[in-house]
Design a binder for this molecule. Structure first.
Ligand code: IFM
Length: 476
């Protein structure tokens, strides 16, 4: 009953079917009660929490780990908001056992983490680091001992600096090194991993790292970035082929950061801009992965910045995958004549300035299923937000984050009801961590981290998620 009411509310607030005029959208819905209260999900639906290695592990120079491009990038003055780095982060490298206890006690089924490539292979080529491999051995076995599924991501952006020195993702040779790395992980851990993701958010790695230059390795060259995106996709396809040939039991996939693109007005110029930006963010990745070609409109727009593609590359990229990971935070509104600011437009925004827009998740999932029916399962591999964390009587009352999670989980349910095969939902993030160029200033955790003491405290959002999961496991 409540679910139906919420469906109607989401549709009134922008709908799943009208990617156009945002001007007439009513104010953000403020649900009076928990819209997930009476929702149930399929029994095999996977609930989880997500993190990544660089953002939580610390131990940047310990036990033989080599430097990554993020270690190097953080050394540059002015690139990280609070001038911080990943040297200590959440000290998860030492606190992993307590952190796994905490994850288990939340009642989730799964933990999505990433493997730090230079921790297991310091240069990205050549010698392997047993101490680094041992860490992941302990971590993965620790998950299984606690009844948690282990979902590993191979590349969450921390490329070994040793490979950057040879050209990084712009060099075709990095593709071969990545396949070797993927095979090593499969041989050591594949029998215990529920899934392996090749890359997290290749758009971010390529464009923020190599075009805008605000992420590592800090390069500002669009053609270079486009070539990087091609090599990321190619290495994904080649790694999937190699892992299948090795007989992996783990489900294989890739994770994309996606958002519906809405034009700011009905004008032809805004609609054209939204279409092209959709091509650059979504179709640039999903078309090669599913259809084996880049979108023609984006290629035309790129002109001589289009990537160098060798014969056979596109067939290599188009490999059947078991799931597509979707990281969803917000929609994007496109205006031909400049930046559209959700805050100025009166929308609710997170501390990142990202509009809170749950209906966009339903819309995105339905669109992916419609345009790419060959994708067998869509997993929400990240969803969450940086919101204020007021302490009241020893508790973190992060009401905005609680509402955000409730509304987005309800949006997933709507997608499932409409026939979209959604298999998992994982909150970003388990705990506050190093938020890249924002340093430690932005907190996405459902668990608060006091960086001075490394004390972990469950925020209200974690308490709410735990109660929600209890209801799910009892059949609601
Ligand atoms: O913290 C990041 C994560 O590493 C990748 N996806 C988006 C998150 C929030 O910005």
């Amino acid at each position: 009953m409540r679910a139906a009411t919420h469906t109607a509310a989401l549709r009134e607030d922008g709908g799943n079917d009208r990617p156009n005029n945002i001007i007439s959208y009513p104010e953000q819905i403020k649900p009076m009660s928990d819209p997930t209260r009476s929702l149930t999900f399929p029994p095999d639906f996977v609930w989880g929490v997500s993190t990544s290695a660089f953002q939580i592990e610390g131990a940047a120079k310990l036990d033989g780990k080599g430097p990554s491009i993020w270690d190097r990038f953080c050394e540059q003055p002015g690139v990280i908001a609070d001038a911080s780095n990943g040297d200590i982060a959440c000290d998860h490298y030492h606190r992993w056992a307590d952190d796994l206890d905490l994850i288990r006690d939340l009642g989730v089924d799964a933990y999505r983490f990433s493997i730090c490539w230079p921790r297991v292979q310091p240069m990205g080529h050549g010698a392997w680091n047993e101490k680094g491999l041992d860490f992941y051995e302990r971590l993965i076995d620790g998950m299984l001992a606690r009844g948690l599924q282990a979902h590993a991501t191979l590349n969450h952006w921390d490329l070994p600096q040793g490979l950057q020195d040879q050209g990084g993702w712009h060099a075709r040779s990095t593709v071969d090194h990545f396949v070797e790395y993927a095979l090593m992980i499969q041989r050591r851990f594949g029998d215990r991993l529920s899934s392996i993701v090749t890359h997290n958010e290749p758009w971010v790695a390529a464009m923020l790292g190599h075009h805008q230059g605000i992420f590592a390795p800090g390069i500002k060259d669009e053609a270079h970035a486009i070539q990087v995106s091609h090599h990321l996709l190619l290495s994904h396809g080649r790694a999937v082929q190699a892992l299948r040939a090795e007989g992996t039991q783990a489900k294989l996939g890739i994770v994309l950061n996606l958002a519906p693109m809405h034009p700011a007005t009905h004008s032809e110029a805004d609609r054209a801009k939204a279409r092209l930006e959709d091509g650059k963010l979504l179709r640039w990745y999903t078309d090669p992965l599913c259809h084996g070609h880049y979108p023609a409109d984006v290629l035309a727009a790129l002109g001589d910045k289009a990537p160098v593609v060798h014969a056979g590359d596109m067939d290599d990229i188009r490999q059947p995958i078991d799931f597509l990971g979707v990281n969803y935070y917000s929609r994007s509104v496109q205006s031909a004549d400049g930046h559209w600011d959700p805050k100025a437009a009166g929308k609710e925004v997170s501390e990142m300035g990202w509009e809170v827009y749950p209906a966009g998740l339903t819309e995105l999932l339905q669109r992916l299923h419609r345009d790419y029916p060959m994708l067998p399962s869509l997993w929400i591999t990240e969803n969450g937000g940086a919101f204020p964390d007021p302490w009241v009587g020893g508790q973190v009352q992060d009401e905005a984050r609680v509402r955000y999670l409730q509304d987005h989980i309800a949006a997933v349910r709507i997608a499932i009801d409409s026939g979209v095969p959604v298999g998992a939902y994982m909150v970003w993030s388990l705990m506050d961590n190093f938020e890249w160029a924002s340093g430690y200033e932005k907190r996405f955790g459902i668990v608060h981290v006091d960086y001075a003491t490394q004390q972990r405290t469950l925020k209200d959002s974690a308490l709410w998620y735990r109660a929600f999961l209890q209801r799910q496991h009892q059949g609601a």
